[in-house]
Structures are given as C-alpha cells and as structure tokens.
Design a protein around this ligand. Sequence first.
Ligand SMILES: N[C@@H](CCC(=O)N[C@@H](CS)C(=O)NCC(=O)O)C(=O)O
Length: 64
Amino acid sequence: MRTLYQFPLSHYCEKARWMLDFKELEYNAVNLMPGVHRILTRCKTSKNTMPMLRDGDIWISHST
Ligand SMILES: N[C@@H](CCC(=O)N[C@@H](CS)C(=O)NCC(=O)O)C(=O)O
C-alpha cells in the first residue's frame, strides 16, 4: 500500500491526491506537522517539501 505524507491544506498535496485518484492508485494519507515534517522528508528524500509518497521501498518527493 502506498502512503502519501501531506499537509491537508496544501495545494501541492491536493495535486498529488488528484493524481493518485485519477490513476486509481490506492493510498493512505498521513498528515504531518509543518516544521517537524522536515525530519522525515530530509531523511527519506533529502528534500524539505511535501507531498512525499512512499511506494514500497521507494520514497518520492514532489507533487508532479
Ligand atoms: N515544487 C514542489 C513544492 C512543494 C511545496 O512547496 N510544498 C510546501 C507545502 S505547500 C512545503 O512542503 N513547505 C514546507 C517547507 O518548505 O518546509 C512540489 O510541487 O511538490
């Protein structure tokens, strides 16, 4: 199962949700606290921003 790490009110994260829904890819959404999110995003993708998608062992940063 995929996991989308997001801020619920971010339009970038909404764009990622639209894309996953459009492609009919199942996922669980996990909301992270702004600021603290960087601990996880930097560790997994070396980036600071959300959304971030985990698909198995693969971690992807960026809404596109
Ligand atoms: N170009 C990136 C931009 C994403 C972005 O700016 N996300 C903001 C949320 S609206 C963010 O994570 N900001 C937190 C930060 O920079 O620490 C994308 O399309 O995913």
